[in-house]
Design a protein around this ligand. Structure first.
Ligand code: NIG
Ligand code: FE
Length: 391
């Protein structure tokens, strides 16, 4: 039998439900209480109006917000790419070529090694407030290695993405058509049972529009829903293709034409921005302001991977987005919670209204704005998932 708990004395509660709070997108409530019953939130409002409950916890004037929803990461890998990072910070450019280094290390790793690495990174993210985390394959690129990556990932998260189309497998580099046939054929058959999503790195040096369309369409026929790595390194067709196929998300969106922005504004595809990648590759920032002003739904995620963005910290991404991408602190916190949920087409997470899963973060600060105001400071005090304190 479940029992109810009231968390009271919350200085600022972020509900992401405008009607519960101040009518802003964050649905802010000052001097608030939150009531949890079992795995779910059952009530949110002003402390003075809180209903009677079995248990009571005094938040001591902290801010409470929904657990972060990180809708883009690549956590099934072995090895790291310290040398590549060092070289890049000494002036060498980033290219998709480094992915091969991780493919070689991942293929050589045992299941136990891969799973330990995955679990370690998920735990690291959880300690920083991430309660829902998507993760992808993409460092195997054989039928066996891709399907094992997804099988391992599915043991740890519901949000699993098949990214056989990360780059053309090195052994088929001279025959990309054969690799696309594999990704849409035998590899898809082996991977689809373990995944919810299919993703393609649609970029020069990876896959073009026609290849990406064929791959995403084949995935959809097997019950996988599309998402796209789009317009990261240069202008290209990825964003338009994502909207055309009603992908849940177009990820990166660093190089956008006005037509790309219009397409996103007119469709149901979220623009997921990944500032850890621009930080770690010293690239130009995506222009969040331009997207928000056009009415596009924006999510913020880490892209945690050993090559282009080796951070699992959503708070770090929030701070970067506010400092360098034109987002207000409120917009960045929304994008890292409700935005991530939208990018995963989820309505049970990323908010703290009645019926939501009780996934939440207690900050060692009175307001969510401190996530950007105090960059680099470990402000995540407690993390709860499904009504249970987990960090
Ligand atoms: O999202 N863009 C492609 N994939 C990753 C990079 C992966 C890597 O460099 O290993 C990304 O940035
Ligand atoms: Fe990525």
């Amino acid at each position: 039998m479940s029992s109810s708990t009231a968390i009271t004395n919350i200085a600022t509660l972020v509900t992401n439900d405008p009607s519960l709070g101040d009518n802003s997108p964050l649905g802010l409530i000052q001097d608030a209480a939150l009531v949890i019953d079992g795995e779910r939130v059952v009530w949110a409002g002003e402390s003075s109006k809180a209903p009677a409950t079995d248990n009571h916890l005094d938040a001591g004037g902290k801010a409470v917000l929904p657990g972060f929803v990180d809708s883009h990461s690549h956590l099934v890998f072995a090895g790291d790419r310290t040398a590549e990072f060092n070289a890049r910070m000494s002036g060498r450019a980033y290219s998709a070529g480094g992915i091969r280094t991780t493919v070689a290390a991942t293929r050589a790793a045992s299941d136990a090694e891969l799973e330990a690495n995955l679990a370690r990174h998920l735990a690291e993210a959880l300690r920083q407030g991430t309660t829902t985390m998507e993760t992808k394959s993409g460092y195997g690129l054989t039928v066996e290695d891709e399907s094992r990556a997804l099988r391992l990932a599915a043991a740890h998260t519901d949000e699993v993405t098949y990214l056989g189309a990360h780059i053309v497998a090195p052994e088929l580099a001279e025959d990309p058509a054969a690799y696309v046939a594999l990704v849409t054929g035998e590899m898809l058959d082996a991977c689809a049972p373990h995944a919810r999503w299919i993703d393609v790195f649609c970029e020069k040096g990876a896959f073009g529009a026609d290849q990406a369309r064929a791959i995403l369409t084949a995935g959809r026929a097997k019950g996988l829903h599309p998402r796209v790595h789009a317009n990261q390194l240069s202008y290209g067709p990825g964003v338009q293709l994502a909207v055309e196929l009603d992908a849940a998300s177009a990820d990166h969106c660093t190089h956008l034409t006005d037509a790309d922005v219009d397409a996103l504004a007119g469709g149901n595809t979220v623009a997921t921005l990944l500032p850890g990648a621009e930080f770690s590759t010293r690239a130009e920032w995506p222009d969040a302001r331009r997207l928000l002003d056009a009415g596009v739904t924006v999510a913020l995620s880490t892209d945690c991977n050993p090559g282009s963005s080796y951070t699992s910290s959503v708070p770090f991404c929030v701070a970067l987005a506010v400092r360098d991408m034109g987002m207000t602190p409120d917009e960045a916190v929304w994008a890292a919670t409700a935005g991530g949920a939208a990018a995963l087409r989820r309505t049970d997470v990323g908010r703290l209204g009645p019926g939501a899963r009780a996934d939440l973060v207690l900050l060692d600060a009175p307001s969510h704005v401190h996530l950007a105001y105090r960059p680099g400071v470990p402000l995540v005090g407690e993390v709860w998932r499904s009504g249970v304190r987990v960090a």
